[in-house]
Write a protein that binds this ligand. Sequence first.
Ligand code: ADP
Length: 390
Amino acid sequence: MTDAHLELRGLHKEYPGGLTAVEGLSLSLSRGELLVLVGPSGCGKSTTLRCIAGLEDPTDGDVRIDGESVTGRRPEDRAIAMVFQNYALYPHKTARENIGFGLRMTTDLSDATVRERVEDVAGTLGITDLLDKKPGSLSGGQQQRVALGRAIVRDPEVFLLDEPLSNLDATLRGRMRTEIQQLQRDLDVTTVYVTHDQTEAMTIGDRIAVLRDGRLQQMGSPMTCYHEPANRFVASFIGEPSMNLLDCELDPAGSALTGPVSYPLDDRLAAAAREAEGVGVTLGFRPEAPTLSVPTDEADPDTPTFAGRVDVVEPIGERSFVYVTLDAGPQVTVATPGGTPVRETEPVRVAVAPAGVHLFDAATGQALVHPDRDERSDLAGVPAREPDHG
Ligand code: ADP
């Protein structure tokens, strides 16, 4: 890995009144890397960005760019540009004035140079013919491009994007996502991208950092977070539909789980389950892992199987999501190839091979074991592992 370009060291932010929004967050990005900060609303993503930008002072910790602390520097002295969720454009200025405003205020570039740079950036973003319009007469996507232009034109060291697509409709969101990715690659600028949307995080990030209650849960490539979630929270947050998680107990002989379901453990799972702090473990499997069958089909005697009844079948094209309430109680989600033979309200069997099972420690939430790599790549149809940057 190259030396860190942007680095957070033990970033801590407590708001007046005692609320800790960010707790001891350390992470580093190499030059040109795009890191996505992802987590549910209120987990401290915006606060982190605002501390990096200098719009908020951290209570403790350090923000460093190129090995140098910028904590305490004014926002305009940090070579950082931020794009806000609501774009924050000046309504009475044209797109051209909006894009050029920061340059005029913070540099002594000539009018001709500012004009040239604004037009260059507008060309890159495909908004040259909108330059003389005001934000009110632009669509959401066009306003988004103007906001991006205003950030890019400053040629920042670091680019911060706070939920940049959340005000756009679904189609445009998909398109802008690709555009931002391409732009970020072309500009090769170190970028922190904030979103609460795990799909967006998975598709856009070189690496993702999953936050919960101000604390870092896991940082890694999207595929690592998906296949090897560090804990229960990441397991349930990354992946759509969510991983099925069933709280069980390890039976005294250590060879099976009991609780809402009973599940015989093979050697690999039994060894991992014994690492749990107590007897509680959580059995996890992705919706893609099980095989669904109807009771009249011949069952594979070697694969542990749960009986249940279909609640809902959701066809989404090449796959269907089948929601099954197990006889033992909990509901699980199963993804099946397109034309599934199962029908709502009818009994089914859900066969879950041990090779597709994750276990988590119920006491700490920490992962105990994940499916083997080879099995996993067969299951998900994707490479078992992508290289991590750090
Ligand atoms: P996210 O961007 O992940 O939704 P935020 O960083 O906005 O989360 O907020 C993290 C926590 O800090 C939340 O509990 C939020 O209510 C609180 N918070 C954010 N800004 C302030 C503020 N200016 N004063 C007090 N509490 C705040």
